[in-house]
Design a binder for this molecule. Structure first.
Ligand code: PMP
Length: 403
């Protein structure tokens, strides 16, 4: 290859730790607790096909380039989705993005200069860490417990930080987090907004899982709390996605933010992909306008709840002395910690040999891994496969403990 110098952040870049697990997925008989993939059995192919048929009937709208901010019909439909979650907004207050991953990437591009300080809940969603690392941000970890971000610890960190270490933003998945499945309480949501207003940082609220609540009522998004507490000074940017409820292949997400942020993100998006696929947007807006969306989400909630219960049951049956975990109230993930230290790379290899895959905890920390965690997704395997997969995991753990 010709000798060229890469940009410094790409000289030695780390790839996505989760995508590196993909080759194992194709092994025959493998049961995967690894990906945060929606269950293919839940995809509403018929409903999406009908939506696509209508979309194709309007070729100018679906096959032509579209506005960078997104199609008016989809922005309208997404504003209505937001309203159902407790956020009153005008369609012009949001832009459509190519998955919510792009929304976060755009924010990082417009906000984060090298060496900027950012706060991230940890364990954290790896692709958020990856985007921040590529932007050469200085990442400060804020620990979570079962109720989400520990806001008292955050307050102490903010009080102790020298001004140059004060964060520009804080990234959190407050509702059924990836990877821990935690749900941030309403009082913590309010405390977080107070801290953001006092120390002047943005809260990036990433909410792809909020609609997947099993039974509890979910507090409104932090964005809604920010709106009540600060009106036009709302420090919250809200990201969400149709990936976990409709289909990741649509690549439709959105961002709700103050006009000055949206305008800059739209400009960054112009140079990234001009616009999110108008065909995908047309399918999405027609699907959301149909009555099938609500039915589909209700079905997904029930199915994931029963899969989560199957996983919790199997973990308690097989591994009560070995792993600690709590039952999430929604979403797709159980976070399990080993009660005793173990050689984690060896355990992972043993699990692969036994035919079960999970994401090792290291993937969820920006620098040094803490604890002995693993993320177990219950979304894709059937309840039968979940029981079988946990038995395989138990065998792998026994094999490693015996050596
Ligand atoms: N944020 C979180 C917390 C996620 O788990 C995911 C998907 N794994 C995303 C963002 C990205 O979703 P999308 O498909 O909308 O880009």
């Amino acid at each position: 290859m010709i000798s060229v110098e890469f940009a410094s952040s790409y000289a030695n870049p780390a790839g996505s730790p989760i995508r590196e697990l993909f080759p194992y997925l194709n092994r025959p008989g493998m049961i995967s607790f690894a990906g945060g993939y929606p269950s293919p059995s839940l995809f509403d192919a018929e409903g999406l096909q009908q939506a696509a048929q209508h979309a194709f009937a309007d070729t100018a709208g679906s096959l032509q380039y579209g506005a960078t901010e997104g199609s008016p019909a989809l922005r309208q439909a997404l504003a209505q989705l937001c309203a159902a979650r407790g956020i009153q907004c005008d369609p012009s207050h949001l832009i459509v993005t190519t998955g919510s991953q792009q929304a976060f990437d755009l924010l990082v591009r417009v906000y984060i200069a090298p060496a900027a300080s950012v706060y991230v809940e940890t364990p954290a969603y790896p692709a958020a860490i990856q985007a921040l690392r590529l932007a050469q941000a200085r990442i400060h970890e804020v620990l979570v417990d079962e109720d989400g971000i520990d806001v008292d610890a955050l307050q102490r960190q903010l009080e102790d930080a020298v001004p140059s270490d004060r964060p520009k933003l804080l990234y959190t998945v407050p509702t059924f987090s990836n990877p821990c499945g935690t749900l941030l309480t309403q009082s913590r949501r309010e405390a977080l907004v107070r801290l953001a207003l006092k120390y002047e940082f943005l809260i990036i609220e990433d909410d792809p899982y909020g609609e997947l609540a099993f039974s509890t009522s979910v507090p409104p998004p932090i964005y809604a709390t920010g709106h009540v507490m600060a009106a036009a000074d709302n420090p919250v940017v809200y990201l969400s996605s149709l990936s976990k409820t409709v289909a990741p292949a649509l690549r439709v997400g959105w961002m709700l933010a103050p006009a000055e942020i949206l305008r800059r993100c739209a400009i960054a998006k112009q140079t990234s992909d001009l616009c999110t696929s108008p065909l995908a947007q047309a399918v999405a807006s027609r699907y959301l306008a149909s009555s099938r969306y609500a039915a589909m989400v209700a079905g997904a909630r029930d199915e994931y709840a029963s899969r989560m219960r199957a996983m919790a049951h199997a973990l308690r049956d097989e591994l009560a002395d070995t792993l600690t975990f709590f039952e999430p109230k929604g979403g797709m993930f159980v976070w399990a910690e080993l009660a005793r230290p173990m050689d984690m790379p060896r355990l992972f290899q043993a699990a692969v040999e036994q035919g079960v895959l999970y994401v090792p905890g290291d993937a969820f920390y920006p620098y040094e891994p803490r604890g002995q965690g693993m993320r177990l997704s219950f979304a894709t395997p059937s309840t039968h496969e979940i029981a079988q997969g946990v038995r395989r995991l138990a065998r792998a753990l026994r094999l490693c403990a015996d050596h």
